[in-house]
Design a protein around this ligand. Structure first.
Ligand code: NAG
Ligand code: NAG
Ligand code: NAG
Length: 213
């Protein structure tokens, strides 16, 4: 048991640059207000949130998440204009954006400290600030992979359609987000979520959307 743990810690540090690696102590996540809760989904109101993000055009969800996280990992470990070390946070987001001619991915990490430093230019990262927004969220376990993320999004849309959120046609095929909370070295007890933005659906307790960014 103890040995296995040591081995997995050692392995984790070998793969540190390409995998999602979090440390065992509690990490900070963006704060939200729970607006509505059902057995299979919930609606959350997030306040303003700052992210560091990577635009990636790899061939798959998994490859893009690795590539984006690799760049973000360097940023929080000093590859920024102030050579600052920033705390690891959760979740890591991968937004899947279906646009022609190919799907692009935005990989993001929450920045818990105000006034984050600018990334080194060669990392090709950007700082982004979300305005307050309402998200519909479905949780799922296991690993988030190319062969399950879209199905999870479709299940969330099916739940939202059963509990009408207004008479808007729900189409998130063009853009949805997967949130991953755990290091890849955890093979069980993993938490992931699929997020879709429902700010425009007049859900009670949600703010109307205040402009995009
Ligand atoms: C980065 O360094 C500059 C110059 O030393 C300083 O003015 C700025 O406040 C620092 N920014 C952060 C986010 O630490
Ligand atoms: C989204 O894509 C799925 C499968 O690709 C399709 O069945 C569904 O009709 C699409 N939804 C909308 C609203 O276009
Ligand atoms: C995965 O992350 C979630 C959310 O932070 C946490 O509650 C859970 O305990 C983590 N799982 C493992 C195996 O660490």
């Amino acid at each position: 048991m103890g040995n296995n743990l040591l081995i997995s810690v050692a392995l984790a540090s070998c793969f540190i640059v390409s995998k999602l690696v979090f440390y065992s102590h509690a990490v900070e996540s963006p704060k939200y207000l729970l607006v509505h809760s059902e057995s299979d989904y919930e609606i959350r109101l997030y306040r303003e949130v700052s992210w560091i993000y990577a635009l990636v055009q790899e061939t798959s969800f998994e490859k893009s998440t690795e590539d984006g996280f690799h760049r973000i990992y360097q940023y929080i470990h000093g590859e920024n204009l102030n050579s600052s070390q920033l705390p690891i946070t959760a979740p890591v987001l991968t937004s899947v954006i279906t646009s022609s001619p190919r799907t692009v991915y935005h990989v993001k990490l929450f920045l818990s400290k105000g006034n984050p430093p600018q990334p080194n230019p060669e990392l090709n990262l950007q700082l982004e600030k979300w305005s307050a927004r309402c998200l519909a969220i479905r949780k799922f376990s296991g690993f988030a992979k190319d062969d399950n993320v879209k199905k999870e999004m479709e299940s969330l849309v099916a739940s939202l359609t059963e509990h009408p959120t207004g008479n808007t046609v729900l189409d998130f095929n063009i853009s949805y987000t997967i949130a991953q909370y755990n290091s890849t070295r955890h093979t069980s007890g993993r938490l992931n979520e699929v997020w879709v933005d429902v700010s425009e659906f007049n859900i009670e307790g949600c703010l109307p959307k205040q402009g995009k960014n």
